[in-house]
Write a protein that binds this ligand. Sequence first.
Ligand SMILES: Cc1ncc(COP(=O)(O)O)c(C=O)c1O
Length: 420
Amino acid sequence: MYRRTKYDLKQELNLIKESGLFKDERIILSDQKANIEVSYPAGSKSKEVLNFCSNNYLGLANHPQIIDAAKKALDKYGFGLASVRFICGTQDIHKELEEKISNFYHTDDAILYSSCFDANGGLFESILGQDDVIITDELNHASIIDGIRLCKAKRFIYKHSDMKSLEQKLVMAREGMDIWEHTGLAHEPKPAKNIIIATDGVFSMDGDIANLKDIVELGKTYDAMVMVDDSHATGFFGKTGRGSVEYNDVLGEIDIITSTLGKAMGGASGGFTASKKEIIDMLRQRSRPYLFSNTLAPSIAGAAIAAFDLLDKSNDLRERLMDNTTHFRKKMKELGFDITESVHPITPVMFRKFDNDAKLAQTMAKELYSEGIYVVGFSFPVVPKGQARIRTQISAAHSRENIDKCIAAFEKVGKKLKVI
Ligand SMILES: Cc1ncc(COP(=O)(O)O)c(C=O)c1O
């Protein structure tokens, strides 16, 4: 009977609403780009706003060459495969895209998934077992957390980007100290067989970049592999867009890279793992989202190939994105906003100086929407208590005029709400 569950769920939903954390959907009536048409609250008269909260970093979501490539793949390969890869779902464009990705990241091979969430979900349990250890940054993405939960390996969490804390965990894993500490069971300390250090390349709530150089060094010292989720960097970060891995000058030195095609690389969906031959071979045998979920749609594979080709030929979009980011960060700081230190297009405007940080972030986002700027306020539990923020995201799709309009709106609303 649903009655009991319905009651419980309603109670819980009310609690979420009362605490101001209920997430409304805004309905977009246009394609994804800098200026979008939005109906909010859903069903109300739509209006045009400037979009400063999508992951459309390079503006490829509605790029004519990407759409054209998707259409061509649709015409040639059809709408879908109605199969998983290993039964009858592998087309030549899936292999072509995998080769492109492994060349791009200087790895032996790559494997496609329907999303990076699936890539992370299907990674750890396929290659590690109960004698192994995963050491994970405390701020890693939910999909890494869930992927680790599915795996029998032991999990150690290190403090965010804290190399001392990471080293401590590596020592514990290597020496087998306190591995069962949390269970209270009697035990023989047992050194780990295999160790993986797992980290986001760029952390999505702060836009800060993992210190991969030091992480790789620690990996070498303690004979641990390094896994990086480069979702917020693939295609646009680093000199030639090879992400946080290139930015940190460790291209070719990361054992496992996962990433998404659903952000800078066209923004539809799709993900991948790029790695050593044996790891990819094993993922093709064991990785559950790969074995038991449908093939990436051919139109997306075709469009992703075009996106990699486009970025190979020209640096224009990357340069525009970085110019826009530098300009926005500089001007916002000059106005007195509290911006976290980084060079990434994710630019969180922080409210940590204010007691009512969560409310202020929500109110400011609403007022900005009235000014034609679409941004979202984040507060606890999405970010730690007292760290509420508006996470702005800059894109190559923004013109300088768009960016300046956003800055002017922040200035106007910020002064009104006494944030600056
Ligand atoms: C760091 C990180 N990893 C993985 C994902 C999931 O990517 P996808 O949308 O391809 O599942 C995201 C998306 O929010 C992300 O930010």
